[in-house]
Structures are given as C-alpha cells and as structure tokens.
Design a protein around this ligand. Sequence first.
Ligand code: CTP
Ligand code: K
Ligand code: MG
Length: 181
Amino acid sequence: MALFETIAIAFWAMLPAYVPNNAAVLAGGGRPIDGGRTWGDRRVLGDGKTWRGTAMGTVAGLALAAGLTVIAPDVGDAVGFDVPEFTPLAALGLAGGAMLGDILASFLKRRSGRQRGAMFPGLDQLDFVVVSLPLTALLATDWFRAWFSLEVILVVVVLTPILHVTTNVIAYKLGLKNEPW
Ligand code: CTP
Ligand code: K
Ligand code: MG
C-alpha cells in the first residue's frame, strides 16, 4: 500500500475520534461529570469534564461518521482506493472511546496532582487513541481488522500527536481554548 493511501485511510478512519474533543471544547460547560466530588483533597475529574461536552462531543463524532459513510463511495472513486464506511458500532467505539480516553486522562491528571488545564505530555496527545482503538476493536472487530492494519496503526500513532498539537494551538489562538495543549 502506498504511503499516501495509508495516511489517507488512517486520517479518515480516525476522524470520528478526532472531532469529539474539539466539539467538546466548543460545547462544554454546565454540570461536571464528577458533580464536584473529590477523592482525598482532589477532584475526581474536575470542571473540565462536563455532561454537555461529553454528550455533544460523542454526537459530533457519530454524526461525522454517518456523513463520511454517505460520501465514502464517491470519495473512493475519486481517489482510486477504498476509504472506510463506518458501521454504527465502529462509530460508537471511535467517538465514545475518544471521550472516554479524555475522561480517564483527566482522572489520572487529578490523581497525579495536576490541576484542571495542566499539561501532561504524551497523555494529552494520545489518551483518546489508547481507548478508542481497543474499544473499536472490541465493539466492531471485523471492521477494525479490515481497516486498521499495523501500518495504519503506526501512522495513527505518529500523525495524531502532530494533528493534536496543531489543532490545539489554533484553537488557543482563536480564543476557543484556555491552553495551547
Ligand atoms: N470539555 C467538556 N467535557 C469533556 C471534555 C472537554 O466540557 N468531556 C470542555 C471543557 O470546557 C474543557 C474544555 O472542553 O475545559 C477543554 O478540554 P480539555 O483540555 O480536555 O479539559 P481541561 O479543561 O484542560 O481539563 P483537564 O485538565 O481535566 O484535561
Ligand atoms: K484533554
Ligand atoms: Mg486541557
């Protein structure tokens, strides 16, 4: 498989996992998931993980997966190779897994004494991959096997931190995010 093809498939297949975090930033606010609860002297998750942000982020990822599925055949014809159509379970694994990974990362941040918004290099950039890929493999095993070859997974691991840093710096400069990570 040509490198361009591998990168295009990796990017397309991961879009429903990339968008939820950005949608949550735009839609976030309201009641925190942890309800303000603390464990010891620290919050369980913190005010940065809200019900609204999580719900809207997941819905945005699912909607995007549905839209990509509609245009996938035409895009495939245009580029000369197949791009993934998303089954409902694949979409749920990617979008829901991304939000879950972000929430688990906040849990780890609070446990390690980091305040809301603190940086946690590595975790910040890959938290959603670490949960969304295994969850998708679990929920939509055949779909996952069909699209996520070892090469595609390697591209995802390299591409994701680059895209994450870029989009967060842009969101920060636009005043949408409080920190550039
Ligand atoms: N957000 C949300 N719900 C989520 C994820 C994000 O409401 N499940 C919103 C919050 O307004 C949050 C913003 O998106 O402040 C930025 O997300 P993120 O950087 O993940 O949160 P932080 O505020 O940095 O908090 P943390 O340190 O826990 O990551
Ligand atoms: K985060
Ligand atoms: Mg943050």
